[in-house]
Design a protein around this ligand. Structure first.
Ligand code: NAD
Length: 295
């Protein structure tokens, strides 16, 4: 049994912490939001009154927060409290630069540090079937893997500081682009009088095949797991896809990478979100591509 402080008990953090409780760990949950605390408590996550109380005596601290600025703020309180040998893991999706900064902040505390963003959404967090991509030393990964395994179906060590965040935004840039590609192909097929079924049968067995088509098809009735079957209820909300595409663009600019389709995907998701699609599943962008308001 490990004593784990879990900071940030929102849509993702609450079920992730609940899975650590189920696995037999001594979890101390903390969130600034009272409704988030109550929700986590209802999921059997023990809640403590303060951040300091959560961290005191913990062997592992996990943060699951909205964005880089929240992580930097929380870690600037966390690092001075951290004891040598403590394992500090940030599971939030944040910019690569902030992720690298938190590794540096903790460097002289003799702690083990890992950036460990997740993929799989709220459903994956509840079912403990997330994919977790990590960046940090071999020693930090070896210490973290058994803990992360209680929340995930796969845990990958991607490299040094920031490599987990880099893998996350590269994957999601690919996903945003491929979803738009699949959606555009269905919109063109509709104009050409080709049935959804015919395009699916051909492309799913041809070179157009990809996850956006065969696991998450943006038109209803072809794939059982598609949010399209459910009125585009997320799933993975368009607002979160937009966040990740913007992080990818920020990283591309910082690193001097040329990503024109990533830039275009970010623009299209920004327009889709601004037109009322932000809380829709990201595959709902097909409705925007057909023309605003069209079904
Ligand atoms: P959320 O907004 O539901 O939860 C974040 C929680 O952090 C909130 O409850 C908030 O009160 C808390 N918080 C903020 N500042 C705090 C502080 N100083 N101290 C303690 N708690 C604080 O967000 P979420 O959907 O759980 O996502 C968390 C992270 O996971 C984000 O970075 C997101 O991009 C990423 N992510 C989300 C999904 C998803 O489908 N929701 C999927 C993959 C990754």
């Amino acid at each position: 049994m490990t004593t784990i402080a879990f900071i940030g008990l929102g849509n993702m953090g609450s079920p992730m912490a609940a899975n650590l409780v189920k696995a037999g760990h001594a979890v101390r949950g903390y969130d600034v939001s009272v409704p988030a605390q109550e929700n986590a408590r209802a999921g059997h996550v023990p809640i403590v009154a303060s951040f300091a109380e959560a961290v005191a005596g913990a062997e592992v601290v996990i943060t699951m927060l909205p964005a880089g600025r929240h992580v930097l703020a929380v870690w600037s309180e966390l690092v001075p409290l951290a004891k040598a040998g403590m394992l500090l893991i940030d599971c939030s999706t944040i910019d690569v630069e902030s992720a690298r900064k938190v590794h540096v902040m903790a460097a002289d505390r003799k702690c083990l540090v890992l950036d460990a963003p997740v993929s799989g959404g709220v459903a994956g967090a509840k079912a403990a079937t997330l994919t977790i991509m990590t960046g940090g030393s071999d020693e930090a990964f070896a210490a973290a893997e058994p803990v992360l395994a209680h929340m995930a179906k796969k845990v990958v060590h991607c490299g040094g500081a920031g490599a987990g965040q880099a893998a996350k935004i590269c994957n999601n840039m690919m996903l945003g682009i491929s979803m738009i590609g699949v959606a555009e192909a269905f919109v063109l097929a509709e104009k050409l009088g080709l049935s959804h079924q015919a395009l699916f049968d051909v492309a799913s067995a041809s070179s157009g095949q990809c996850w956006s088509l065969t696991s998450y098809c943006p038109v209803p009735g072809l794939v059982p797991t598609s949010p399209a079957n459910n009125g585009y209820k997320p799933g993975f909300a368009a607002s979160l896809m937009l966040k990740d595409l913007r992080l990818a663009q920020e990283a591309a600019q910082g690193a001097g990478a040329v990503t024109p389709l990533g830039a275009e995907a970010a623009q299209l998701y920004a327009l889709f979100a601004a037109s009322g699609g932000d809380q829709s599943d990201f595959s709902g962008i097909i409705r925007f591509l057909r023309g605003r308001g069209a079904e």
